[in-house]
Design a protein around this ligand. Structure first.
Ligand code: TYD
Ligand code: MG
Length: 500
């Protein structure tokens, strides 16, 4: 961190001196030199100013203020023209804020940014109250600063994602293909856009910093400048950040503290579906998820709970649908498990889209309370579509799929499961069961395995499960297919019978 140096100024003639002296070398007066702190270097002062602007709305006010007396300024929001993105942001881009959008290469970040650029240029600013400060601001244009592609490539993408819009709708979008932050800033000051998009922060650099573009120092410094610009010019800034090999967003989390909103664009590149999830949001919830499908004409918003299901898939052993909550939305997602012979003592546990440590714990719970021997079995689990399921309510579906994968028993495709599993094998209640049941019914599922104490309120079609020891018996009773080679041995059947 930069240190402040002490300077000495003559109180008679204002001349500066690096060290204290009894007599001013400029005017010759005695005992007039007084110590003063030198201003911080530019990057630090910018950062400090940015934070001061964001934190202290009351200028030089040093007195503590009663919470009741603080007048919160109205938040001006700019719609991106993309409903799913606006919802994840909490109602649109906040004027004066910085949003970091992360994701793996090729996931569709630039496509999303170009669509948001066109959408924002054509949307009006919405102020919750008529605040004069916000009203006096943006001119209405959007500046798309690309540090990775040429302006021509941007034009090609823009034409591709225009969809039903007219070519004139591009008139408010300006493109600058540059990597030098000072030149980008110069254009921002000239154009005064309402939204600035920087794609990506890893390629942007400042000439006066010695480290290479993409280094932690460069990224941090450039991002701090963008925060400062956003606050000073009252514009919304969206910054694209790459995810590193070990899954970190734009370097070792350096930016997440600096920006106001962090969004992660996730999904499997090999599937068309994408989820946009909020990891941090100073102006809204982080529970919401935006769904998109990558098509020939860019990203299309998805508003369907069954988007992650394959309607033509036949019933399979080791697969079950789970009604998982994502913010205000309930999505039906298939959980799959493959249980294969491994080496005793070196059994593998792999979770794709699920919590790996939860999988290890549930495997131990299944051994103990469902009577199946998984000690020499490799378990691979996954969610279809690449979307991450993090809530513990998915435990029961995971256990059913592991037992199904182990025994080879397939359930009818109209069965789904929801419930949290405890260390004692007990199935615990989950939040918002009514919403999940309603969604499952709406989509035509006939049976839903639920925690036993939520069965009463769930009504017909819901089967209460007290313990994961009950699942074996349920699978046996409802099996539609038991392949002969994976059929349970008599010994295992008796184990299930005992548990059930
Ligand atoms: P891109 O937005 O460049 O990804 P990122 O900026 O995250 O690296 O695009 C990702 C992929 O999406 C690219 O390989 C091509 C594909 N794509 C489509 O399938 N349809 C489209 O309309 C566009 C614009 C891209
Ligand atoms: Mg890109």
């Amino acid at each position: 961190m930069a240190k402040r140096k002490s300077m000495y100024t003559c109180s008679a003639c204002n001349a500066n001196a690096p060290t204290w002296m009894g007599k001013c070398s400029n005017c010759g007066e005695w005992d007039t030199l007084v110590a003063k702190k030198e201003a911080l270097p530019r990057e630090t002062s910018n950062a400090a100013a940015a934070f001061a602007t964001s934190v202290n709305q009351y200028g030089d006010e040093k007195e503590a203020i009663q919470l009741l007396d603080i007048e919160a300024p109205s938040i001006g929001r700019i719609s991106t023209g993309i409903e799913e993105l606006d919802r994840v942001l909490g109602g649109g881009l906040v004027v004066g804020s910085v949003v970091l959008v992360g994701g793996e290469p090729g996931i569709g970040k630039s496509t999303l940014m170009m669509q948001a650029a066109i959408g924002s240029a054509n949307s009006s600013q919405n102020n919750s109250q008529n605040n004069s400060q916000n009203n006096s601001k943006p001119s209405g244009s959007v500046l798309y600063a690309t540090s990775e592609e040429s302006a021509y490539q941007c034009k090609l993408r823009a034409e591709r994602v225009l969809g039903g819009m007219e070519a004139e709708d591009l008139s408010g979008v300006y493109v600058l293909s540059d990597t030098d932050l000072e030149r980008i800033t110069a254009q921002v000051l000239k154009l005064r856009p309402k939204v600035l998009i920087v794609d990506s922060i890893q390629m942007v650099y400042r000439d006066d910093i010695e480290s290479t573009p993409g280094s932690v120092t460069q990224i941090r410094r450039c991002c701090l400048e963008l925060v400062y610009l956003a606050r000073q010019l009252q514009m919304a800034v969206m910054v694209v950040g790459h995810v590193t090999k070990d899954g970190q967003l734009a370097g070792p989390r350096v930016l997440e503290h600096v920006v106001d909103v962090v969004l992660n664009f996730e999904g499997d590149r090999h599937y068309a579906l994408r989820g946009l999830r909020g990891l941090k949001n100073r102006f809204g919830t982080t529970l919401e998820i935006g769904l998109f499908e990558m098509g020939r004409e860019g990203l299309v918003e998805v508003d369907d709970a069954t988007a992650f299901l394959d309607p033509d898939a036949p019933p399979r052993a080791g697969a079950i649908v789970c009604p998982a909550l994502h913010g205000s939305r309930c999505l039906l997602i298939e959980v799959q498990a493959l249980v294969a012979q491994g080496t005793y003592g070196q059994a593998r546990r792999r979770a794709n889209g699920l919590d790996g440590s939860r999988l290890t714990m549930l495997s131990a719970v299944l051994e103990k309370h469902a009577g199946i021997d998984l000690g020499d079995q490799d378990i691979y689990t996954s969610t279809v579509g690449g979307l991450k399921l993090t809530e513990p309510a998915v435990d029961l579906a995971l256990c059913v799929s592991i037992i199904g994968g182990y025994t080879g028993i397939a359930l009818p495709s109209d069965v789904c499961a929801i419930g949290e599993v405890g260390l004692g094998g007990e199935v615990r209640s989950v939040p918002q069961i009514e919403q999940r049941i309603a969604q499952v019914r709406r989509r035509g599922y006939k049976k839903l395995l639920v925690p036993i104490n939520q069965q009463k309120e769930s009504g017909i079609g819901c089967i209460g499960v007290a313990s994961i020891g009950d699942i074996g018996a349920f699978l046996q009773e409802n099996a539609i297919e038991i392949p002969s080679d994976t059929r349970l041995s008599d010994q295992e059947k008796s184990k299930f019978a005992e548990c059930g």
